[in-house]
Design a protein around this ligand. Structure first.
Ligand code: FAD
Length: 520
């Protein structure tokens, strides 16, 4: 009998578990795979290391806050390096833009493309500062469980132009098409389409500027390991190889988990860090109800997926920075194909991670550990990932990087591993193989995104598919919100028990608090 069971040791599950364990609850994480991290995986091969999922750390203050909860300093466990530049964006004509996050160098870069957009950039920063303050600092950390909470902020959202797309908002400030790409592509980092993600997300460049873009020495895997150690040091328990097949119900709601193999574990509260659609559609027994959320998750818009290649390259290409993005020729047409097309792509875009420039331990001397991410449509647009189709796509990616973008020397022979939308479906249980869960559009945000307190008593949700959304800052915020809700509910039920013992009929006492009393 635990106070809380957390399903999944992804960043959201770990962060939530640390917070709850710190508050004095006994928490057990049940993780289906043999290692923590979920999408934040690590791959090692013959002297090469790769982070297989997230690579950029933005909003490091949220990691510091998490460590502070456990009375530790982040710097005791991790070394964060601020990147310079944050990233390089390469356009189809071969020009590039380095984004530094400081006015002087960014304005110089902007002026190389368009002198008159320098003033546009200053105005853009002023507008996005306001969005950052309101939307990120004040609103993203609230639970939005009631429609009235959302309705209250609608006027403010309209003032901030939340009803506009990021691309439209950015186009008000920049005239040059390349600069419009530079300042609008960020929703793609969290699975959103810049042509329809709310302009709220245009504050990401401002957030990056304020807090920096960092790399954890040793990679994202070190962040996961540090969190796992922190949780263990607080007395938390993790069970690996523990696949939850379904949630267990009592008359009150969810009271535990049923593991593959037949074991059942019980707790006052169950927090699911598993994919939100999997939680509602497959783990929660039909008898539990929650029909509205099941219906909505079947109809929902999901993020795009990714095709990932991990390459042990024999040399380091001078064009690449730690993070490099290669834009397509026709940005808008590419986004339409990614999110609304028939599953085929006329052009490819890329994000490349080349961390050995910052941390030489990632590759042998002179060689490069390269991770290439190509955004691709999710499986709802068609499954084109049979072994033969995947092999053709792999060749297309390598050829495009090599011939179109000039990364000579890269060859399919350097491929160590790859990951397709089918892997997102099979390894992560991701609905439609979506890499970032639900698409971040206004109609799937705040009150309209699956709530952190589940639709059935005893069930809570944490991670990318729930409020406020995907990305490390999003899932760390969701861990903060969810842990507070769990703590509120448990302490309320304990107060009810204390009251009930003196004043209310014993039947109520037992229903509200029998497990707690037994434990006491
Ligand atoms: C390729 C890629 C690159 C990214 N890059 C960045 C980046 O640079 N910066 C950034 O901020 N964000 C990035 N993101 C987004 C970020 O990685 C995710 O939003 C975040 O890691 C999701 O964490 P999570 O806790 O919600 O879920 P997950 O990482 O998916 O964790 C869920 C966990 O639950 C476990 N689980 C699932 N079902 C069960 C079950 N039935 N029983 C037991 N265990 C179960 C899984 O095994 C997994 O460990 C990236 C994402 C991807 C895919």
């Amino acid at each position: 009998m635990y106070d809380v069971i957390v399903i999944g040791a992804g960043l959201g599950g770990l962060a939530c578990a640390v917070r709850l364990q710190t508050a004095g609850l006994q928490v057990c994480i049940v993780e289906r795979s043999q290692m923590p991290g979920g999408r934040a995986g690590v791959l090692e091969h013959d002297g090469f290391r790769f982070d297989t999922g997230p690579t950029l750390i933005t909003a490091p203050s949220l990691l510091r806050e998490l460590w502070a909860c456990a009375n530790r300093a982040l710097e005791d466990d991790l070394t964060l390096v601020r990147l310079e530049p944050y990233y390089r964006i390469v356009f189809a004509d071969g020009r590039w833009f380095d984004y530094w996050g400081d006015s002087e160098r960014d304005e110089a870069e902007i002026a190389r493309f368009s002198e008159r957009d320098v003033q546009g950039y200053r105005d853009f920063l002023a507008a996005t500062r306001e969005i950052y303050q309101r939307a990120f600092r004040e609103l993203a950390g609230q639970p939005f469980e009631q429609l009235r909470d959302f309705v209250k902020i609608v006027p403010r959202l309209l003032q901030l132009r939340a009803h506009e797309s990021v691309y439209r908002f950015v186009s008000r400030y920049f005239t040059h098409p390349s600069l419009r790409m530079v300042f609008s592509f960020h929703p793609l980092f969290i699975g959103g389409n810049p042509l329809r993600a709310s302009a709220i997300y245009s504050m990401i460049p401002y957030l990056e500027r304020q807090e920096g873009v960092y790399f954890a020495v040793g990679g994202m895997g070190r962040v996961v390991e540090a969190l796992e150690r922190l949780f263990g040091a607080l007395g938390g328990e993790i069970r690996y190889g523990a696949l939850v097949e379904r949630l267990v119900l009592s008359g009150e709601g969810v009271c535990g988990v049923h593991l593959a193999g037949g074991e059942e574990l019980r707790a006052h509260a169950v927090v699911s860090n598993a994919d939100v659609a999997t939680t509602y559609l497959r783990l929660l027994p039909a008898a539990a109800g929650a029909r509205l959320w099941r219906w909505r998750l079947r109809q929902a818009y999901y993020s795009m997926s990714c095709y990932l290649l991990y390459l042990a390259a024999p040399s380091r290409h001078p064009l690449l920075r730690h993070h490099t993005i290669f834009m397509p020729v026709d940005y808008e047409a590419h986004l339409h194909e990614l999110f609304d097309g028939d599953g085929t792509l006329a052009e490819l875009a890329f994000y490349l991670h080349a961390p050995a420039r910052t941390d030489p331990s990632f590759a042998p001397p002179g060689a490069d550990s390269l991770y290439s991410l190509t955004p691709v449509p999710h499986l709802g647009h068609g499954d084109r990932w049979s072994p033969e189709e995947t092999e053709r796509f792999r060749e297309r990616v390598v050829t495009t990087l090599c011939h179109l973008h000039g990364l000579e020397g890269i060859d399919t022979a350097h491929v160590i591993a790859e990951k397709t939308p089918r892997d997102f479906l099979e390894q992560h249980g991701a609905q439609l193989g979506a890499a970032f869960s639900l698409e971040p559009v206004l109609a799937q945000s705040a009150y309209f995104r699956p709530h952190n307190r589940g639709a059935v008593p005893g069930l809570y949700l944490v991670g990318a598919g729930t409020h406020p959304g995907a990305g490390i800052p999003g899932v760390l915020l969701s861990a903060r919100i969810t842990s507070r809700l769990v703590l509120d509910d448990i302490s309320r039920s304990r107060r009810t028990v204390e009251l009930s013992v003196g004043h209310l009929p014993i039947e109520v006492t037992q229903r509200k608090g029998e497990r707690w009393l037994a434990q006491r």
